[in-house]
Ligand binder design. Structure first.
Ligand SMILES: Cc1cc2nc3c(=O)[nH]c(=O)nc-3n(C[C@H](O)[C@H](O)[C@H](O)COP(=O)(O)O)c2cc1C
Length: 391
């Protein structure tokens, strides 16, 4: 069984994660893991926090000489900003009181969290609801990517829209080309004209004290057919991917393949016809299903889109209520992003990589990477046999 948990507050000493269920003998690429953390910190429209932190992962258990041992892998990402918060975020009691934050931000976890956890200081809620902890999610995802790359599986993302400005991509899609171009873009958009319009929109929104949301697309190439299952809701890969994506802060919608677009079309223009050629095997001429049929991968790229709402901490704050005095006030403002859609794409990649790695371990599981590879190769041969005519 593969599972992981994260801990940590935004301005606490550090963030942490424990991963259990990785096979032994998996070689970890430490530079590649730190590169993913750097990608998460990037993107035009981010706040000052990203200049304070230079996230690096420390692996403190479960790895020896660069390879996993099969025991739990524990990760740490230190918060450099903690030194500025020693009193306000002290784990131990401190002398003197820190003034509580009481002006709940509409759209944040503040109001509901204060009710649920019976606190008068919304810092107790915002420290964990903050997207800072996605640094560890991305680190876990980066370790899962090391596993996926052993089996030729790659995960990429790009930004499809910000603030209503769309970056349309037409079929057939060359994900490798989009990846190369969007990696060079500060808003992770492959089209330079759209990039310029989006940057102008972020500047304009920031100037008004406002924020912007958008849409990102993740594509996974190289998945064998048959990851996930059709038999129960919680084994369906589309359900698990959607749950993981919705678990990211500020994500409010998920689409697989053509997504909501399927609802208005006849079946003849939605479903991806199946072809067969003796030399190349099975193929499709479209991928509207986004690589998933019946909750299982079908061998085509897995394509997932996520809609992110605009950031809810506004420099020109919305109206709210002082939770102590019940007076009408403006919401709390604290150093914040104007737009974090490009970073959300990197986080979406990470959670999709985690779900695919989990499904891969389920299907080809073994205690070691050698055993997993053997199971994978046996299955690949069986799949190839099915694409030959049996007389
Ligand atoms: C990469 C990323 C960065 C974010 N940065 C901020 C931020 O600077 N300020 C803020 O108020 N919310 C930010 N958010 C969103 C909040 O964490 C989120 O809206 C909040 O936890 C409430 O959860 P919900 O939007 O899922 O309901 C960010 C989200 C992501 C994914």
């Amino acid at each position: 069984m593969f599972r992981y948990l994260t801990g940590g507050e935004s301005h606490g000493p550090s963030l942490s994660a424990i991963i259990e269920g990785l096979p032994s003998g998996l070689s970890l690429d430490f530079d590649a893991i730190d590169l993913q953390l750097k990608r998460r910190q990037g993107g035009y429209g981010r706040g000052a926090r990203q200049q304070i932190e230079t996230d690096k992962v420390e692996i403190i258990t479960g790895v020896r000489f660069g390879r996993t041992l099969g025991s739990p892998v524990t990760l740490l990402v230190r918060n450099r900003d903690f030194e500025n918060w020693l009193d306000r975020m002290s784990v131990r009691p401190v002398d003197g009181e820190t003034a509580p934050i009481v002006e709940a931000r509409p759209g944040h976890a503040d109001f509901a969290g204060m009710m649920k956890y019976d606190t008068d200081d919304l810092r107790n809620i915002l420290e964990r609801s903050s997207a800072r902890n996605t640094a560890t999610t991305v680190a876990v995802g980066a370790i899962c990517r090391c596993l996926l790359s052993e089996f030729g599986i790659k995960v990429m993302s790009h930004v499809v829209a910000i603030g209503g400005i769309e970056n349309r991509v037409s079929a057939p899609v060359d994900y490798r080309e989009i990846e190369v171009k969007s990696e060079l873009s500060p808003v992770r958009v492959a089209d330079s004209a759209v990039e310029a319009a989006i940057i102008a929109a972020i500047d304009e929104a920031g100037g008004r004290g406002d924020t912007l949301g958008g849409v990102v697309e993740v594509a996974v190439t190289g998945c064998p057919p048959g990851l996930g299952s059709h038999v129960h809701w919680d084994r369906k890969l589309d359900s698990r991917i959607a749950g993981a994506i919705m678990g990211i802060q500020a994500i409010k919608g998920v689409e697989i393949g053509m997504g909501f677009g399927v609802a208005a079309r006849p079946g003849s223009t939605v479903h991806d016809e199946i072809f067969h050629d003796e030399s190349t095997g099975f193929s499709r001429s479209s991928n509207n299903a986004g690589g998933l049929e019946g909750g299982m991968t079908n061998g085509e790229p897995v394509v997932v889109r996520a809609a992110m709402k605009p950031i809810s901490t506004l420099k020109s704050p919305l109206r709210s209520v002082n939770m102590q005095t019940l007076e009408q006030v403006t919401a709390h403002f604290e150093r914040s992003d104007v737009c974090a859609v490009p970073a959300a794409g990197v986080i979406c990649e990470a959670v999709v990589a985690i779900v695919i790695a989990e499904a891969l371990i389920e299907k080809f599981g073994g205690d070691s990477i050698t055993e997993m590879r053997r199971n994978f190769e046996g299955y690949t041969v069986a799949v190839e046999m099915k694409s030959k005519v049996s007389l």
